[in-house]
Design a protein around this ligand. Structure first.
Ligand SMILES: Nc1ncnc2c1ncn2[C@@H]1O[C@H](COP(=O)(O)OP(=O)(O)OP(=O)(O)O)[C@@H](O)[C@H]1O
Ligand SMILES: [Mg+2]
Length: 347
């Protein structure tokens, strides 16, 4: 791709202090996102996939300047987001919007639909009352509702309709970047396709770049151009959608695919069933974060850091099983390291 990226994340790490802990001992920190880098290009739909708690929303909030990373840089349209003055940030923030998982809690129940949708415009004082009524009416029709709905309240609508209202609100300022954080996860399955189709229609009409977040790899399959697969704050595999679906290499991606695809159709794919829950991101392992649940884990996976290796054009995998251990870091060293760690702990 020869266009400049709309947004670039460089080595983003986000950690949060852990409440409680033992007095006088240093406070523990939870690493929600660890060393994540990627760029999103104008017009594309970029997917972020992974189980609950892997850091998807934290990453989304970092992209929108809501959560400051502990390490790393976010550059939006050539500007470093966290170096901007309040005024500059406010103006650039109009170009980037977000849709949330639960539409109802994202819509102020005391407002009418008109107030909910027009609020970003009211705050930016960018239009007269008549212009806003006109624009809200247009947007309601664009998202499949009626102009007259603007006088009702969000609670009068079904979940799918509430998400349509939230979508109308997110596009009122003509953003060019929209992050959709699990946009259908809270909705009835029967309306998933309608909402996803609506988002695609809007993208075409308004030329918006999307980041689509989901725990469901099958859902993003036909929508996203490129995907990153995350586990416990780290990117495990990334690449073009077709690479991820047809030539997935990481055991974690295989596990996600095994969970969502029809195994009869996907006969040739290895079935990887994950046991156990995603572990705590407090004090994560130094090596691969997936090693505790990985059916192919080797000794060195626990301690040897895993580099991202490009195995095909734009297709990166972070896995010792797939790529072999980095030179000079031999798995045989694992036992020695453990012994050493035990000795140090005893001192
Ligand atoms: N403000 C916060 N303070 C402390 N910990 C947080 C905070 N926000 C998120 N976390 C923790 O960071 C980790 C990643 O959370 P995040 O919400 O980004 O995950 P997610 O992938 O969006 O999950 P889900 O699919 O359930 O929405 C979790 O362990 C979560 O508990
Ligand atoms: Mg989330």
């Amino acid at each position: 791709m020869n266009k400049d990226p709309i947004i670039t994340l460089e080595n983003i790490t986000v950690d949060f202090p852990v409440k409680g802990g033992i007095p006088f001992l240093p406070k523990k920190r939870l690493q929600a996102v660890s060393d994540v880098s990627f760029s999103v290009f104008p017009g594309e739909t970029f997917g972020i996939v992974g189980e609950s708690g892997c850091g998807k929303s934290t990453l989304a909030n970092t992209m929108l300047g809501i959560v400051k990373p502990s390490v790393g840089e976010v550059t939006f349209k050539g500007k470093k987001l966290f170096d901007l003055s309040r005024k500059e940030f406010k103006s650039i923030r109009r170009d980037m919007q977000m849709i949330f998982q639960d539409p109802y809690s994202s819509l102020n129940p005391r407002f009418t639909v008109f107030q909910v949708i027009a609020e970003p415009m009211i705050i930016s004082k960018s239009a007269t009352e008549e212009e806003m009524v006109e624009r809200v009416g247009e947007l309601l029709e664009l998202v499949g509702l009626s102009k007259d709905d603007m006088h009702r309240h969000p609670s009068d609508f079904s979940g799918g309709q509430q998400q349509r209202i939230a979508i109308a609100r997110s596009i009122i300022l003509n953003p060019d970047f929209l992050v959709c954080d699990e946009p259908v996860a809270a909705l009835d399955v029967s309306v998933h396709a309608q909402i996803l189709n609506l988002l695609q229609d809007i993208q075409e009409r308004m030329d918006i770049t999307y980041v689509l977040i989901s725990h469901n790899l099958a859902m993003v399959k036909n929508i996203c151009d490129r995907i990153v697969v995350m586990y416990l704050g780290k990117v495990m595999e990334s690449g073009r959608s077709e690479h991820i679906f047809d030539h997935a290499k990481h055991p974690y991606t295989h596990a996600l695919l095994s969970a969502v695809l029809d195994t009869n159709v996907e006969e040739e794919r290895e079935l990887v069933v994950l046991k156990g829950d995603i572990p705590s991101p407090i004090d994560p392992p130094k090596g691969c974060r997936f090693y505790q649940r990985c059916p192919y884990a080797m000794q060195g996976c626990r301690t040897i850091p895993v580099p991202q290796v490009e195995i095909d054009s734009g297709h990166h995998v972070a896995c010792h099983y797939v790529n072999g251990f980095p030179e000079g870091d031999k798995p045989e060293d694992y036992d020695k390291r453990i012994e050493q760690a035990h000795e140090e702990a005893n001192v």
